[in-house]
Design a protein around this ligand. Structure first.
Ligand code: ZN
Length: 134
């Protein structure tokens, strides 16, 4: 079951410059920063009322975020939905014909199990499923 939009991910070139920008925009500071080695990204989280925004900065030129920015520039990268049970949801969506970038859920930032749907199967929108690690 899809529960809600968990966060929106924004690809940025330079985390320091973007944190200054978003601090000023939101009039608040990130509640968390975390490097996800497996994805080669620094993640920076803001809480805006009930919503979260995740800034993503590449830590290497091989990072999918670096490749995304090369191709499309900075901007909205993905929409993450919180699901009740990620394994159940992945199985259901695979049966429905959706493609995943990774076949198994993996550990993402912010204490979550995550999986990305391939944007080819979702109208060009990169969708992340995430489930709190319980
Ligand atoms: Zn995300």
């Amino acid at each position: 079951m899809f529960k809600k939009i968990e966060h929106i991910g924004i690809a940025v070139k330079n985390a320091n410059a973007s944190v200054a920008l978003f601090n000023s925009l939101f009039q608040s500071k990130p509640y968390k920063t975390e490097t996800v080695e497996s994805e080669q990204v620094n993640t920076i989280f803001y809480q805006i009322g009930p919503n979260k925004i995740e800034l993503l900065e590449a830590t290497s030129a091989e990072s999918t975020i670096a490749k995304f920015i090369d191709k499309k520039g900075e901007g909205i990268h993905h929409i993450a939905y919180e699901v009740e049970d990620i394994a159940v949801e992945m199985e259901r969506l695979k049966k429905e014909g959706f493609q995943f970038i990774h076949e198994q859920p993996k550990k993402g930032a912010d204490n979550k199990l995550i999986a990305f749907l391939h944007p080819k199967s979702t109208n060009g929108v990169l969708i992340e499923l995430c489930q709190e690690i319980r």
